[in-house]
Design a protein around this ligand. Structure first.
Ligand code: ADP
Ligand code: ADP
Length: 232
């Protein structure tokens, strides 16, 4: 069964009486443990798609079933609760809170979730160890390189053991060495069982994914299996 099932998902933005069809009739199935990369030129609808997958936005038409549950028509608090439990976000700009330590940044979403302090500590430290940042727990984000900050952001996304990791241009603010290292980390997490959906317009990184979905003008124009696992 699909972890993510989209059927006929369309998103129309209305600005000054001008309609923008950001997405037009998207069908998509992603199973548990898959690593899917979403590629396409700027403005083709990638961010809109990721926002819908992450319950940050809703389709104008079509249906979305996440982990067996139809998500349309849910109240905002219900959507927020599901988002907090099922989705881990990784952004281009890391989005760490500057006056919280690395540890506190990773712990924060667990606090929102109502997890008891002792459990939070174990989960946050485990996630930091997993991304190789356990030794930086007491640092502030500004004391870390961009690549290290993104590793911390990955730990924050992982700590709550979400059903899926959504990554939006995770290497967009990194030089190629740090970018490669973050992509390597995502590939390792995938090997360990994580389900990942990643938006990128850098085709170099598609080789880590099981499959690349190419989008153009809000439509899926091509699906490509990344068939040779030795290239990862
Ligand atoms: P990508 O992530 O591939 O660059 P986006 O999903 O950001 O593409 O945008 C797809 C289209 O929808 C673009 O034409 C963009 O201008 C438009 N769009 C995105 N968000 C909004 C919004 N909030 N209001 C109006 N138009 C939007
Ligand atoms: P949007 O989705 O809002 O259209 P994009 O994610 O396409 O924005 O790009 C935002 C900015 O980040 C652009 O200036 C783009 O050139 C830059 N950028 C995005 N991804 C990368 C990347 N992998 N490497 C370098 N620059 C990138």
């Amino acid at each position: 069964e699909s972890l993510i099932h989209l059927e006929g998902v369309t998103k129309v933005f209305l600005t000054d009486e001008v309609e923008t069809h950001a997405l037009s009739g998207i069908h998509m199935d992603i199973v548990k443990g898959e690593y899917v990369s979403i590629a396409g030129p700027s403005g083709c609808g990638k961010s809109t798609l990721l926002s819908i997958l992450g319950l940050l936005d809703s389709p104008t038409e079509g249906s979305y079933i996440l982990n067996g549950r139809p998500v349309q028509g849910l109240s905002l608090p219900e959507r927020a609760r599901i988002r907090n439990r099922e989705i881990g976000f990784i952004f281009q700009s890391f989005n760490l809170i500057g006056d919280l330590t690395v540890y506190e940044n990773v712990e924060l979403p667990l606090t929102y979730r109502g997890m008891p302090a002792a459990e939070r500590k174990t989960a946050a430290m485990e996630a930091l160890e997993k991304v190789g940042m356990g030794h930086r727990a007491k640092h502030l984000p500004s004391q870390l390189s961009g690549g290290q900050q993104q590793r911390v952001a990955v730990a924050r996304a992982l700590a709550g053991k979400p059903a899926v990791l959504l990554a939006d241009e995770p290497t967009g603010n990194l030089d190629s060495k740090n970018g490669d290292s973050v992509m390597q980390l995502l590939a390792e997490l995938h090997k360990a069982g994580a389900t990942i959906v990643m938006v990128t317009h850098d085709v170099r990184f598609a080789r880590h994914a099981d499959r690349t979905v190419h989008i153009f003008d809000g439509r899926v124009v091509q699906e490509q299996m990344e068939s040779d696992p030795t290239r990862a």
